[in-house]
Design a protein around this ligand. Structure first.
Ligand SMILES: Nc1nc2c(c(=O)[nH]1)N[C@H]1C(S)=C(S)[C@@H](COP(=O)(O)O)O[C@H]1N2
Ligand SMILES: [Mo]
Length: 405
């Protein structure tokens, strides 16, 4: 049994929205991995620590994080283009020299001394491409306050802490086999190369999180490609984990090492953060979060203005961490009548499905549009989500306000 330390989650989470202190000189942390300073994202201060541009029509800044706006069309296909993909950084995007970078695999769960892989080594290993949604566990957090009157601390994401990419890389199982995976291995601790995370006066060290070997061998990727391009700096270059269906934090970016252990491992990201605390949970918190819940979003700006007496095609996307989305229903009358939306993509185990539905609002006024999805396991979205203190996994139907004129 893993030890469950009692910790002051409130103070830790309360600090999450604030800026964290600059790392010590990057050169002192790990000279080979850092090359110069990070270019700021935008001059409005919204994208501190993010390298790519963050045009306000595409992104909503949250301190050092960037939320994707659902109101801006993202292109013809189901994939979120790299330049539009949300960014969630605990500190800032590091610049890593791909030529000197190595991924070190070590630990008691290996048969031998372990191995170190260069990017060229990764490129030479068998690779696969996988469509997978990547979503922050806190996605939708602002709706705890807005819809349920129970605010939760932390980044107030709308529904844009999510994206879907075609991830390309080496199955983690292949890599672990090459590194000498032994029969006693139980956990793999992935460690990022971004600066140490400091919060509430404590230095929690590098972002890292254990992954059970069973999941590691199932479908996890060490990804170095994203939508046909090399992984961009903000999304984990040169390589990151992609843990399909699981909370975003499992997909550790800027991968530096993998500790393969014959005993269970833990980190603050599995003991303090990304667990459920509160009503209905064990007194000292639930288990480390794994799968994401079911969600749906309209591809429409909140408060969008639509003409009365005309037919509008409502579009959106739905996803689930547990199984492919099976059906999506939409209500335009406050949740009384639900109509089945047309699904525009085939079922996808880890990808989302786009959908569409025609709506001809007869009369002007304010409307709350609702969409709810059901996955192949029968998991669906209700009118209310069950509260937890940190506001993770909001899975209720989100009411999307529009104005008909
Ligand atoms: N090393 C490292 N990995 C990380 C993070 C981080 O701050 N550092 N953030 C995690 C969280 S909370 C999320 S939701 C996803 C976000 O991935 P993205 O920025 O590529 O969208 O990365 C995860 N991996
Ligand atoms: Mo996250």
């Amino acid at each position: 049994m893993k030890s469950r330390r009692k910790i002051d989650v409130e103070s830790v989470v309360a600090g999450q929205g604030r800026s964290v202190r600059e790392p010590r000189s990057a050169a002192r942390i790990r000279p080979a991995y850092y090359r110069g300073a990070v270019t700021p994202g935008t001059s409005d201060g919204g994208g501190r620590g993010i390298v790519k541009p963050l045009p306000p029509e595409w992104f909503l800044p949250h301190d050092g994080n960037a939320e994707m706006r659902w109101g801006a069309p993202t292109g013809p296909g189901p994939h979120t283009p790299n330049e539009r993909f949300f960014v969630r950084n605990h500190t800032r995007t590091p610049r890593i020299d791909p030529d000197t970078w190595r991924l070190r695999v070590h630990g008691s769960g290996l048969r031998g001394p372990g191995a170190a892989f260069s990017l060229a080594d990764l490129h030479a290993l068998p690779a696969t491409t996988l469509d997978a949604v990547l979503e922050c566990a806190g996605n939708g957090r602002r709706f705890w306050a807005e819809q349920q009157g129970t605010p939760a601390p932390g980044t107030a994401w709308g529904l844009g802490g999510v994206g879907m990419a075609a991830w390309h890389g080496v199955p983690l199982g292949v890599l672990l086999e090459r590194a000498g995976l032994g029969p006693a291995a139980v956990d793999v601790l992935a460690v990022g190369l971004d600066p140490e995370y400091r919060v509430g006066g404590r230095d929690l060290g590098r972002v890292r999180r254990p992954l059970p070997v069973a999941k590691a061998l199932e479908d996890v990727l060490v990804a170095y490609g994203m939508n046909g391009e090399p992984l961009p700096p903000d999304h984990g270059a040169p390589a990151r984990l992609v843990v399909p269906g699981w909370v975003g934090v499992a997909s550790v970016k800027w991968l530096g090492s993998l500790e393969v252990s014959d005993r269970p491992l833990e980190s603050p990201w599995s003991t303090e953060f990304y667990r459920l605390f509160g009503p209905g949970q064990p007194a000292d918190g639930g288990p480390a979060l794994t799968r994401q819940t079911v969600k749906s979003a309209f591809e429409l700006a909140p408060g969008a203005v639509l003409a009365a007496g005309r037919t509008h095609q409502l579009r959106g996307r739905s996803w689930s961490g547990a199984a492919a989305v099976r059906a999506v229903e939409v209500s335009t009358d406050g949740g009384r009548v639900w109509r089945t939306a047309e699904l525009l993509d085939p079922p996808s185990r880890y990808g989302w499905r786009r959908w569409a539905l025609d709506w001809r609002p007869a009369a002007p006024g304010r409307y709350g549009l609702r969409a709810r999805a059901t996955d192949l396991l029968g998991r669906t979205q209700g009118a209310e989500a069950r509260f937890n203190r940190e506001g993770y996994l909001f899975d209720a139907v989100v009411v999307h306000p529009v104005e008909v004129v």
